[in-house]
Design a protein around this ligand. Structure first.
Ligand SMILES: Nc1nc2c(c(=O)[nH]1)N=C([C@H](O)[C@@H](O)CO)CN2
Length: 120
C-alpha cells in the first residue's frame, strides 16, 4: 500500500472553545498521511492515476475558510471525511496542531486515523 504525505500544512481558520479565541482566524498545522487505492501511477507516471496532493491542499483551504469548529477533534474529523469521500482514499491519518495557544506549550492537538489500510 502506497502513502501520500503532506507535512506541516499551515491553514488559517476560526477555531476554539472560548469567544476570545474565535474572534480572529488562527493558524493550524496539519500533517496528513493517506493511502492510495492503487499504485498505477508508479508505472504510468500520469497524474490522472493518482491523488493530486495539490488538490487536497486547495480543498482543505476552501473547507476551513467556509466552516469553523470549536474542537480540533471536530476539525480533524471533517477533513478526514471530506478527503475520504472526495478523493477515494481508503485510509487516512490526520494530525491537527495549534501552535502557541497555551503558555509553555509549543504545539497541542489531536491525531485521528480513519478507514482501513489495504494490501496493494
Ligand atoms: N481535547 C481538546 N481540548 C481542548 C480543545 C480542543 O479542541 N480539544 N480546545 C480548547 C481551547 O480552544 C483552547 O485551545 C484555548 O482555550 C481547550 N481544550
Amino acid at each position: 500500500m502506497d502513502i501520500i504525505f503532506l507535512q506541516e500544512v499551515k491553514i488559517q481558520t476560526i477555531l476554539g472553545v472560548p469567544e476570545w479565541e474565535r474572534m480572529q482566524p488562527q493558524t493550524v498545522v496539519l500533517d496528513i498521511e493517506l493511502a492510495m487505492p492503487h499504485s498505477r501511477s508508479c508505472q504510468s507516471d500520469a497524474i490522472e492515476d493518482t491523488i493530486d496532493y495539490g488538490r487536497i491542499v486547495a480543498r482543505m483551504r476552501e473547507r476551513l475558510a467556509e466552516k469553523s469548529f470549536r474542537l480540533v477533534e471536530a476539525l480533524a474529523e471533517d477533513l478526514a471525511q471530506m478527503i475520504m469521500g472526495e478523493f477515494g482514499t481508503p485510509w487516512i491519518k490526520i494530525r491537527v496542531a495549534k501552535p502557541g495557544i497555551l503558555p509553555g506549550v509549543k504545539q497541542l492537538g489531536v491525531v485521528i486515523e480513519r478507514g482501513q489500510k489495504t494490501n496493494n
